[in-house]
Design a protein around this ligand. Sequence first.
Ligand SMILES: Cc1ncc(COP(=O)(O)O)c(C=O)c1O
Length: 493
Amino acid sequence: MWSRCARSTTITNKKNQEKKVNFSSSVPFPGEPSEPCMKTPVPGPNTKKLLSELSKLQQAGSTQIFVNYDKSIGNYIVDADDNVYLDAFTQISSIPLGYNHPDLLKLFEDEHNLKSLINRPALGVFPGDDWPSKLCNIVSLVAPKGLDHINTMMCGACANENAYKHAFMAYRRKMRGNDNFSVEEQTSCGLNSPPGSPRLAIMSFLHAFHGRTMGTLSTTRSKYIQKIDIPAFDWPAAPFPAYKYPLEENEACNKEEDSKCLAVVEDLMEKWTKKDIPVAGVIVEPVQSEGGDNHASADFFKQLQNICKKNNAAFILDEVQTGGGPTGKFWCHEYFDLETPPDIVTFSKKLQLGGYFFTEDMKPQQPYRTFNTWMGDPSKVIMLESILNIIKRDDLLQLVRDTGDYMKCQLGELEKEFCPLVHSTRGRGTFLAITAQTPEIRDDIINRLRTKGVISGGSHPQTLRLRTSLTFTKKHADIFLDKLREVLKEIKK
Ligand SMILES: Cc1ncc(COP(=O)(O)O)c(C=O)c1O
């Protein structure tokens, strides 16, 4: 069903070096449209009607389009007015293979899989008799090196929330030397008081996003609207490096930026220890995504991990948005070449359910310490297994790297052509972004792209980000780039 294509193109990088890129991976879906097709203005009449119905039931201000998921296919999404869009945002980066992938459509024709879907277990107490082998398979396929334990959860925030708990428990166990809880600890935790409820902190970074549940919200620092009116823990926030681009022309000042930020991390560790709220864990995104696609060097992450080790703090990598292949490696932190594995790596989005991989050290010693009714969903793990096999079979990480290299070079060309409207092309794989001159221009670009049949995403404060599926090819990239050029021309006028 899947045909193969072989084509190549030559791209020129910023140093004018030519690189030949082979597009040898799979081509997309049978029946996938060849281009966007717009039948109404956006929003169209059906969309407006649905929006007014939904608004009577809930605050629906974030709704962009209503989707016909029966008609959507591959990298194209179809709205309630039959407009066909090229989707370069894929449900906030959570569709790994595109819509209605033929292999995934077949999954629940299998009776065992169907029964796993309709008989949803409380996985912590009554897992199916195939659950250990399923998890073992996931671990063997994609566990980050050195992290051979896994807990599944519901979503990204739920994964991070529980990762923090593991970090706190491991920290207390280290300090106490064991997990023999005193009577005082057992009674004081019921009153939310020390020593049972200890004063401990998770450090995060300014502009970070780790979720919106009560615990994770104290580490999220990207937009005020997500946090306002909600009480927060007294936890420290360090600055994340703000790099100048192109990287190769700004090495020295970006290195200095790393050092400045890391010095603040060390300083905050000390301050919070003095406040008697020691930092038990540091959480960081390999690329700050909601915060504007902010990157940091491998060296920054290596040094950050060393600071964590020195302070007995767990080093937690939030790969909720970067995990699953969009950067061209399955985990973005593989690019950092860390000397030792991180303590915890959290995931969700492209992996279909939330969860985290962790080391033996981070494993709680007693049951029910990280627990909820569902603890994930076996039907999502069935999908995940299939997705992982397809990524491997179709060499999709290579496709991501090829398409990404091509698109990054072309975005660089657009940057030259339309400076200063857009600048700072950055990213790995197809996890790419550019910065617009102002937040208003960025919004204008996204809106104009949508009316031309391309869905893209924005992030704080004026970033245009691409979050394509792993089956996005050069053909899709060319459509995106052509539409972006049209839009930039219109705005420049
Ligand atoms: C890096 C990161 N962490 C955590 C989350 C939260 O995930 P969820 O929305 O599934 O709770 C997100 C969501 O965008 C994210 O990008």
